[in-house]
Design a protein around this ligand. Structure first.
Ligand code: MN
Length: 270
């Protein structure tokens, strides 16, 4: 009897563990918090919001998220306020269906579905920026491809897809990614790339860290501005070759801490 009881207990414990593991898998309903995130991650998420405002990528709109350090099926993002006003107290935990775990009456960004869908589709992604970065907008509406014309934006090599919400929704919308289905369609167009343009709306940039996604967001905006200027001059534009892009991206990858430290310092006491 003792054996059976113990076996029964062990079986029960294993079943409970299995339930926990299943609960952490994408696509499974979840309850409860993953626990408090690393305070440094929250601090960096707040800094990323402020830096991207300073750099002209975010304004009163747009959002930044980071995957939770304790649970890959969760991510962290501010409640619905302007990025410049975000503090650590505004950061909420979300599941991969982009629903807040404990909102306590606080409202969420309408387009939060962008984030959950991409974290689900891209296990490599640990940080996401959605913005209306102004210089990229023309490349989403003209058919002129956004391409890297200098080394800082080498990560754009290989193509920047354009997502059209009208095609995804099967008709006219208010242009906002306000459902899980639209989030999944956007994630599908992003594919394995670091950047996807949204026709008539903005851009989504992904990365393996907050410093990287901030770097990519800033230099996507700068490249778009420079490419628009180069195209306006007339004549041909010489872009980075795929090999140049590969080498440049590898060289710059080791230096991302430099602009990140600078940008953080420029925030001052905020
Ligand atoms: Mn938007």
């Amino acid at each position: 009897m003792t054996m059976v009881t113990r076996r029964g207990f062990v079986a029960g414990a294993v079943a409970a563990l299995g339930t926990r593991l299943a609960a952490s898998r994408p696509g499974t309903a979840q309850t409860g918090s993953a626990g408090p995130p690393d305070p440094q991650l929250v601090e960096d998420l707040v800094a990323a919001n402020h830096i991207l405002v300073d750099q002209g990528v975010l304004d009163g709109y747009g959002h930044v998220s980071a995957r939770h350090d304790r649970d890959p099926a969760r991510f962290l993002m501010s409640r619905s306020i302007a990025p410049e006003l975000v503090t650590a107290a505004d950061v909420l935990e979300y599941d991969l269906e982009s629903e807040p775990v404990a909102a306590a009456g606080r409202t969420s960004y309408l387009e939060r579905f962008i984030h959950g869908a991409i974290y689900r589709a891209r296990p490599d992604v640990r940080a996401i920026v959605h913005s209306h970065s102004p210089s990229v907008i023309p490349f989403g509406v003209t058919g002129v491809p956004l391409r890297p014309l200098y080394h800082m934006s080498a990560f754009l090599s290989g193509g920047v897809p354009v997502w059209d919400i009208r095609a995804a929704a099967g008709g006219d919308t208010d242009m906002l990614v306000r459902t899980q289905a639209l989030g999944r369609a956007l994630a599908q167009t992003l594919g394995t790339r670091p950047v996807v343009l949204m026709r008539g709306h903005g851009v989504v940039v992904v990365g393996t860290s907050l410093p990287q996604v901030v770097f990519r967001s800033v230099y996507t905006e700068v490249n778009a501005r420079l490419q628009g200027q180069a195209l306006a001059l007339g004549g041909g534009v010489t872009y980075l070759s795929p090999e140049e892009a590969t080498r440049a991206e590898a060289s710059i990858a080791g230096t991302l801490g430099r602009p990140w430290d600078l940008w953080k310092r420029k925030l001052g006491g905020r």
